[in-house]
Design a protein around this ligand. Structure first.
Ligand code: ZN
Length: 237
């Protein structure tokens, strides 16, 4: 009887220890999350590699950045450096019965302003107040100077609707774009880091190495840069 009691006590102690360890791990995890949120810096150093330059609402296009454009058959333009990879990716999609098109490629600063104004007007038409329309539009459209489209290495991809649906194109891209060096730039759940809502159509060329790691780890470009490069710099902002 005494032995039974002792055994019971021992199990209780063990259980308490396990529960305490578990709780401690949860607390540590929460602290880690809060810490990384507090310390994540939105300001990212300008990469010397053109394909890894980060442009978002906190990081403007570098002043010395220049583009060399090629025109696509539908009149959209992209930087010539990404053209072969884009072509290769589209060929691969078509071979699998998916028909993507570039709906938006390069945009000038003025065109970016027009895009933003149009979006604001659209929300006002829907009945939004001016300030709410502006706020909502800015969640979807970048301010001039902070749009990746001005880099010429980002594209909005839709479907050739006569042949397939947008959803089919988005699904194909989500699984395959990284093989050609393109990354889903604004994934779900990363809005606080990218500054932009989920956009299944917006792809950015970063090169195969970066695209593959971003894809495999389920991270976004900012996190990739933060992981690989920011430790090399001294950032105070
Ligand atoms: Zn876009």
């Amino acid at each position: 009887m005494a032995k039974q009691k002792k055994k019971g006590k021992w199990i209780t102690k063990l259980l308490i220890a396990v529960i305490m360890t578990y709780l401690l791990l949860i607390v540590l995890q929460l602290m880690g999350d809060v810490y990384s949120k507090l310390t994540f810096t939105h300001k990212i150093p300008i990469s010397k590699e053109w394909n890894l330059i980060v442009v978002n609402r906190w990081n403007e296009i570098p002043e010395d950045y220049s583009v060399e454009l090629v025109e696509l058959s539908n009149g959209q333009r992209v930087d010539s450096r990404i053209y072969p990879y884009l072509q290769e990716m589209f060929d691969a999609a078509r071979a699998e019965g998916v028909y993507p098109i570039v709906r938006e490629g390069y945009r000038t600063e003025e065109e970016q302003q027009e895009t933003l104004d149009e979006k604001i007007q659209a929300y006002i038409k829907e009945g939004y107040s001016r300030s709410r329309a502006e706020k909502t539009a800015k969640e979807w459209v970048a301010l001039p100077g902070t749009s990746e489209h001005q880099l010429g290495i980002a594209v909005d991809i839709n479907a050739d609707k006569s042949k397939c649906s947008n959803e089919e194109v988005y699904a194909w891209l989500a699984e395959n774009a990284y093989k050609y060096g393109f990354t889903l730039r604004y994934p779900l759940g990363k809005q606080e880091i990218t500054g932009t809502s989920y956009e299944p159509w917006h792809y950015r060329y970063v090169g195969v190495k970066a695209a593959q790691e971003i894809y495999e780890k389920g991270i976004c470009l900012e996190e990739y840069i933060d992981k690989h490069f920011t430790s090399l710099y001294n950032i105070n902002e």
